[in-house]
Design a protein around this ligand. Structure first.
Ligand code: MGD
Ligand code: MGD
Ligand code: SF4
Ligand code: MO
Length: 686
């Protein structure tokens, strides 16, 4: 038996170091690397069983072309030569006839690997002059808010949560989506720390917390402003930190004056006494860490929410403390030379004489059905499953069904999107290719080489885009770069955080902490200001912090809320990774339920286990009602929760939660608003 090193490439903050036990060339077990300071020897439930996915009989093994109607999912095996020739010919034809902007790449984070996520593909599409994709689907709103407020997408090291005395899990289902933070929280609690969860859903994390504040969806700006109201009003703030390292305190003071605990109670559903007590405790407890996750920014006021929340540690001076501050992301500390990888300079060679247009991926339905001059005529999908994960699904599917759209899908499995492909290409998993990894929940850079052999004729994204570049006649040398050369280019930015971190060292050590602080010492980026904003200070930006309830909420548009009185939250499923495990049988049972409060269920004559139709103007879907007693219910009256997202084709009626979600954009960064969504529910016959 041999043990090989790998890195989990799923879209998860933990980016675990994985040990692959190999016997006679076959992987027999995956284990978390005990030497890795964040993985600490364990994997989450879904990846501990990843070898089932790796060796699944449903893996795609050969290139195929469509044999039935779009969406039907019937395919016929072809050779790589035929596949590449067809794609090169069709993309070339579209570029000649309509201009290269009629070609759209569509990708997200199926793998977080740098090379297979944004390497040869970017070079290829830049050289082609294709439309550029704004990859907003997950974190754009929060990122824009972080940049506006603190100017950097850095946050508290996970290892420092063990030092905290108070931890707020704010829109963060840590136990489900970020489980490697949990042991640090356990350690902190053993030392007397309290854990509070702020979430409209009683998640596993909220259930395990010392307190759960069940907040109205999307109302977080009001809560944060209410906390600031108390902190400023009672002079609990750190006047020294505020005066040295922040901008806009006076305007913030005026703004929060309007957010009295009484008013905040009305807006958020959190009792005024609780608002006051939480503010006092947060300000008085040192260190106090906030784990803010992305749930909060998937609503119409998500930008304002993140702005107001990350202002709190600046008010209390918590940014000074080891184990203080806030973590939304750590990703920006990985100061790779992304331009050397993606080569945006190749774009200038596009025949248009200007940079190609930008298409927001959260509006893919619109892009495929409404965009013109030119309309999208060809789409290449990789690392993503837009038919399942993009909002306003019926509009997306209408676009994917277009007969005049040429669609290529690079996939490991025959997903919902794959069913619409004209050409479907088999790709490798992270266990089978070389890549370099950042993390958005810790500060350790990692590299992985293939641990297992690719099955059938599967190739990596890197190899596929390299081969396509050749077929298209692109002669630039960069299309010959090896994976090793691309990694070296990424590491060669010259930034001090990467000093001494070379490919050779990563091959030897697998994981290396960024030089964010001297060895063995904690990274406290904003201890003495040091913000990345133009002023170098934390920008409170109170002008942007007026709270209006989301249009799609029980306090929003009146006509809408009368017809659709329930707020629908389709947050993550604990035992999945977006739609990545959509092929699994178990998946179906876990994600085909809607949690309703007994009051809402009774009012509609619905009992636990009933088949129900959930609907709004955008679509409808069939689910099974899950109703518990008031004390046990994960949601309060007026809120309904469905764990997302599964493959639509495995559902009772061929739809998932995104048949209901809206493709409006949030208040900052052009992000989607999956969790601002009004619906109605009715019982349907058996
Ligand atoms: N098991 C599992 N792990 C995952 C994923 C997965 O699908 N499954 N997905 C990965 C990805 S892509 C990401 S981006 C991360 C995301 O990780 P998280 O951000 O933790 O995941 P979400 O479920 O989107 O949102 C977190 C919590 O926010 C709550 N929430 C929803 N709306 C609001 C609101 O308005 N206010 C407040 N305070 N809370 C709200 C939800 O109920 C949820 O419990 O997780 C990653 N890890
Ligand atoms: N209703 C609702 N919708 C949501 C969300 C929600 O909470 N609720 N969350 C949103 C968020 S935060 C996100 S990040 C998105 C996620 O949306 P996506 O990024 O589309 O994520 P997945 O559904 O996991 O699909 C990733 C696909 O990439 C494939 N893949 C993995 N590795 C590779 C590779 O190396 N090469 C290629 N070609 N393919 C590969 C996998 O097989 C999988 O099918 O979903 C969003 N949609
Ligand atoms: S999904 Fe997240 S927790 Fe699970 S193994 Fe991968 S990185 Fe670790
Ligand atoms: Mo995400």
């Amino acid at each position: 038996m041999e043990i090989r090193h790998s890195v989990c490439a799923l879209d998860c903050p933990d980016t675990c170091a994985v040990l692959v036990h190999v016997e006679n060339g076959r992987g027999v077990k995956l284990q978390g690397d005990p030497k890795h300071p964040v993985t600490r020897g364990f994997l989450c439930g879904k990846v501990a069983r990843y070898l089932e996915r790796e060796y699944s009989v449903e893996r795609l093994l050969y290139p195929q072309k469509r044999a039935g109607e779009k969406g039907e999912g019937r395919f016929q095996r072809i050779s790589w030569d035929e596949a590449l020739d067809t794609i090169a010919e069709r993309l070339g034809g579209v570029a000649r006839e309509f201009g290269p902007e009629a070609i759209l790449p569509y990708s997200y984070a199926g793998t977080m690997g740098m090379l297979n996520g944004s390497g040869m593909d970017r070079r290829f599409f830049h050289r082609l002059g294709a439309s550029r994709l704004d990859r907003t689907i997950c974190s754009a709103t929060g990122s824009a808010a972080l940049m506006a407020t603190v100017g950097l997408r850095y946050g508290t090291e996970p290892e420092q949560f063990r030092d905290a005395k108070l931890i707020l899990a704010w829109a963060a289902n840590i136990h489900g989506t970020n489980v490697h933070l949990w042991p640090f929280i356990v350690e902190a609690r053993r030392n007397g720390a309290k854990l509070y969860a702020i979430d409209p859903v009683k998640t596993r994390t909220a259930a395990l917390a010392d307190r759960h504040y069940s907040i109205h969806p999307g109302s977080d700006p009001a809560l944060a402003l209410g906390l600031a109201h108390v902190i400023i009003g009672e002079r609990l703030y750190d006047a020294d930190y505020v005066s040295n390292y922040t901008n806009g305190f006076e305007a913030l003071k005026q703004r929060v004056a309007e957010y009295t605990p009484e008013r905040v109670e009305g807006l958020t559903g959190i009792a005024k006494e609780d608002v006051i007590a939480l503010a006092r405790e947060y300000a008085a407890t040192r260190p106090a860490a906030i784990r803010l996750n992305y749930g909060v920014q998937r609503s119409e006021r998500g930008g304002a929410a993140v702005r107001a929340i990350v202002a709190l540690p600046a008010l209390t001076g918590s940014y000074r403390d080891v184990g203080g501050g806030v973590q939304l992301s750590t990703a920006q500390a990985f100061r790779f030379d992304k331009d050397a990888l993606e080569m945006p300079e190749l774009q200038r060679k596009s025949s248009l004489g200007r940079e190609a247009r930008i298409v927001n991926m959260a509006e893919i339905g619109k892009a495929l059905t409404e965009l013109d001059s030119p309309a999208v005529r060809a789409m290449v999908v990789y690392n993503s499953n837009p038919a399942a994960i993009a909002p306003n699904q019926n509009r997306v599917l209408k676009g994917l069904r277009r007969a005049d759209l040429f669609t290529v899908v690079l996939e490991q499995f025959q997903t919902d999107t794959a069913d619409y492909a004209d050409i479907l290409l088999p790709v490798t998993t992270f266990l089978e290719h070389t890549d370099l990894y950042l993390a958005y929940g810790h500060y350790h850079v990692q590299m992985a080489k293939p641990a297992l052999e690719a099955p059938g004729e599967a190739k990596s994204n890197v190899e596929i885009f390299r081969a396509l570049a050749k077929r298209m006649g692109f002669e630039e040398k960069c299309f010959d770069d090896s994976a090793e050369e691309m990694i070296e280019a990424l590491l060669g930015s010259g930034h001090p955080f990467l000093e001494g971190i070379t490919r050779e060292r990563l091959e030897r050590e697998h994981s290396v902490r960024l030089n964010v602080a001297p060895q063995g010492q904690p990274f406290v980026p904003f201890a003495q200001g040091g913000f990345g904003t133009e002023s170098g200070k934390c920008e409170f930006g109170a002008e942007g912090l007026e709270y209006q309830p989301p249009r799609e909420s029980r306090w929003g548009d009146e006509a809408l809320r009368k017809r659709y009185p329930l707020e629908f939250v389709s947050s993550k499923n604990d035992d999945s990774m977006n739609s990545t495990f959509g092929h699994r049988k178990a998946q179906d049972a876990e994600t085909s339920v809607l949690y309703l409060h007994p009051v809402d269920a009774e009012a509609r004559g619905i009992a636990a286990g009933d088949r129900i139709r959930v609907f709004n103007d955008r679509g409808s879907l069939l689910l099974k009602a899950a109703v518990k007693s008031d004390a046990e219910s994960p949601v309060r009256p007026g809120v309904a929760r469905a764990p997302a997202t599964r493959w639509s084709k495995k559902a009772m009626d061929g739809h998932n939660a995104n048949a209901l979600t809206s493709d409006r954009l949030s208040d900052m960064g052009g992000g989607p608003v999956f969790y601002s969504c009004l619906v109605e529910v009715e019982r349907c016959g058996d």
